[in-house]
Design a protein around this ligand. Structure first.
Ligand SMILES: C[S@@+](CC[C@H](N)C(=O)[O-])C[C@H]1O[C@@H](n2cnc3c(N)ncnc32)[C@H](O)[C@@H]1O
Length: 412
């Protein structure tokens, strides 16, 4: 056995130990078959241009193609792949063994993991829009000994093989909508796992097909390179102040000068007056806020900021990589940094503008309401576009190009 082989194995074992521990920290349990697959697949053979250490970093994607400055393809981060495979295995009745799987977005690594999970009686097809990526995935799969994965080069917005249906479709590229082809290729009660952007925030949703609709079973925080081809939907960032940006989605338009001018005015802070333990996960709260503070006259947006803008106090966001914010009646309000005391924290909102005190208070009331409801998680329904309002489940409706999404919250 070569020295390299020994290091590959020990690095891989350490990476998987780390992933199992990270799952436990998040209150998740890694399924044994997912753990076994992660221990079996030699990830470094799918990242030949990266060093061994880089190949086995649990928290990092390895970028495999850029166009200009933009990363357009990668071998996804192990923590994210592990969580999405867990979502998939939890959602497909009876587990993944013997199942037929379509992966959208190829890197080779995840397809190899899926091959391990479905076993000889199942099948894996992986599709990518980019011939460089499919050529690379084909070569890496062969080098790692996975020669029974079907690799297809095409835009996955269209059906891959209209005569086939899949028990699981796992999308490994950031989507803005659910094209008809995805639900159409799912077996009845099949599962679609997809990183989907709603209100400017992306979550990996596990959605089960129930007749004409998809209904979510779980969701996780995630980030991916965006879809290309017919399903591309650019996310727009506007600069509102030095180092402060707004992420706009769903065809939104906002005058950056108005928000910049508001940010230069004094702010008002409100607190929810709650005491929460460290590690309380607030990702569901952000979707709750999005669903509560959209509507006529209100523009829900996501605020992002560079560290300098936070250090100099231009903004004090809850999370500088994406904080819920709203522009309403000439007042700008966002979820602010946590206030810690005795190892517990409180939730707050900051507002600028003529109605600042009331706007900040309204936002913290929504936060209290989420906590009072038992910190519920969102449930997402995906229905085909054209379904009349009266046939939609109750909830916040978000219309996309091919689908109507309904976001609702059930008590924890
Ligand atoms: C994050 S990478 C996939 C990672 C991979 N599953 C792995 O094993 O780590 C995302 C891929 O999605 C592909 N992609 C983007 N738009 C696509 C589309 N419309 N149809 C198929 N593939 C697409 C990109 O070319 C890119 O290679």
């Amino acid at each position: 056995m070569s020295v390299d082989t020994v290091s590959d194995e020990s690095l891989r074992a350490a990476m998987v130990d780390q992933l199992v521990a990270d799952h436990a920290d998040k209150g998740l349990t890694m399924r044994p078959e997912v753990e076994a697959a992660l221990r079996a697949v030699p990830r470094h053979l799918f990242t030949p241009d990266a060093g061994l250490e880089e190949a086995y970093r649990a928290d990092q994607a390895v970028i495999t193609k850029r166009v200009g400055d933009e990363a357009v393809s990668s071998v996804s981060a192990p923590w994210l792949i592990a969580e999405m495979l867990g979502q998939a295995a939890d959602s497909v009745d009876g587990g993944l063994h013997g199942r037929h799987v379509l992966e959208i977005g190829s890197g080779g690594y995840n397809a190899a993991l899926l091959r391990e999970l479905v076993g000889p009686a199942g099948s894996v097809t992986t599709v990518d829009i980019d011939p460089d990526v499919t050529d690379r995935a084909t070569a890496c799969l062969a080098a790692a000994g996975y020669d029974d994965v079907m690799v297809v080069c095409m835009d996955a917005e269209q059906p891959i093989d209209p005569s086939r249906s899949y028990d699981l479709i796992i999308v490994t590229v950031g989507a803005w909508d659910i094209p008809r082809a995805w639900a159409g290729q799912l077996a009845e009660h099949g599962t679609l796992v997809v990183p989907l952007r709603t209100f400017g925030m992306t979550r990996s949703w596990a959605l089960r097909r129930e007749d004409d609709r998809l209904v979510s079973l779980s969701q996780r925080l995630c980030g991916f390179v965006p879809m290309r081809g017919a399903g591309a939907h650019d996310m727009q960032y506007v600069d509102v102040a030095a180092g402060v940006h707004l992420r706009l989605d769903e065809g939104q338009q906002i005058d950056p000068e108005i928000v910049g001018e508001l940010l230069s005015q004094p702010s008002t802070q409100a607190w929810a007056g709650v005491s929460l333990p460290p590690r309380t996960v607030l990702a569901d709260l952000d979707l709750w806020l999005a669903s509560r503070i959209t509507g006529t006259g209100k523009q829900f947006v996501v605020l992002t900021a560079q560290q300098d803008a936070v250090d100099t106090g231009v903004v004090v966001p809850a999370w500088r990589f994406g904080t819920p914010a709203v522009l309403h009646g000439g007042t700008f309000c966002y979820r602010s940094a946590l206030r810690w005391s005795d190892d517990m924290f409180d939730l707050g909102a900051v507002a600028h503008g003529p109605d600042a005190a009331a706007a900040a208070e309204r936002m913290v009331e929504h936060m209290r309401a989420w906590l009072d409801a038992g910190s519920p998680s969102p449930v997402l329904y995906v229905l085909p576009s054209g379904i009349p309002d009266g046939d939609l489940p109750a909830g916040t409706v978000l219309d996309k190009r091919h689908s109507r999404l309904v976001l609702t919250f059930t008590p924890a």
